[in-house]
Design a protein around this ligand. Sequence first.
Ligand code: NAD
Length: 249
Amino acid sequence: MRLDGKTILITAAGQGIGRASAEACLREGANVIATDINAEALHSLKQEYPHVETHLLDVTNAQAIASFAAQMPNLDGLFNCAGFVHNGTVLDISDEDWEFSLNLNVTSMMRMCRAFLPGMMEQAKITGSSSVVNMASMASSVKGFPMRTAYGATKAAVIGLSKGIAADFVKQGIRCNSVCPGTVDTPSLQGRISSAADPAQAQKDFIARQPMGRLANVADITPMIVYLLSDESAFVTGQSLLVDGGVTI
Ligand code: NAD
């Protein structure tokens, strides 16, 4: 199996892309440490995959990250998936919204990397390589989208954060990449659709911006996550990998 024996920690693993990635890593033989703020979602993951290790972890809580990391084993893989979509133009962004988006989408990933990289470097001394994957988006430095200014700014920062880590630690066996999905059918996307003024039109609009004429499923994204966490991507670092159904052709 492609991730046999690897210990991989995933944030926001309760639902959506994080959960599908946790399941894919489990199926590929990894020891998965699944974290989220949603205890019920983690419980249902554990029921389906009894050998998964689950922990509540709010990635916006700096103290929680530091004390959690101190109890964890050295990791082979870290997938920082947690993130939030702010809907609005720059005129709609309150200081609180901006702070929240930066905190959840970027600062959390910096703190997770800062807390786990020392152990990952120790692990890389034994195995040759450890891999960090950070969740960005096609809505970032790659492309602008209406009503996604705060979101795009934070996801652009994720790409920069990942490249910086890749550059700093390439000689210590750390690889760090970011993934930029297109529009993925997840509970959070369904929430954005149902809270729109005209949900049927919102659904059509999300599909229309995908040249392939459909939304991505989580299973369209997880192969890239598994690849980046596996040794198959041993020569890949500092990249932002698009899985966007052709939006940025
Ligand atoms: P989702 O809303 O379906 O799931 C998000 C999960 O994050 C939930 O289980 C939630 O409990 C957890 N979470 C929320 N706040 C948290 C916190 N403070 N600490 C830890 N966990 C927390 O999300 P999704 O659509 O699968 O998105 C996951 C990631 O993928 C996000 O970073 C998102 O920006 C990114 N992304 C999503 C899409 C898309 O179209 N769905 C596209 C590109 C990128």
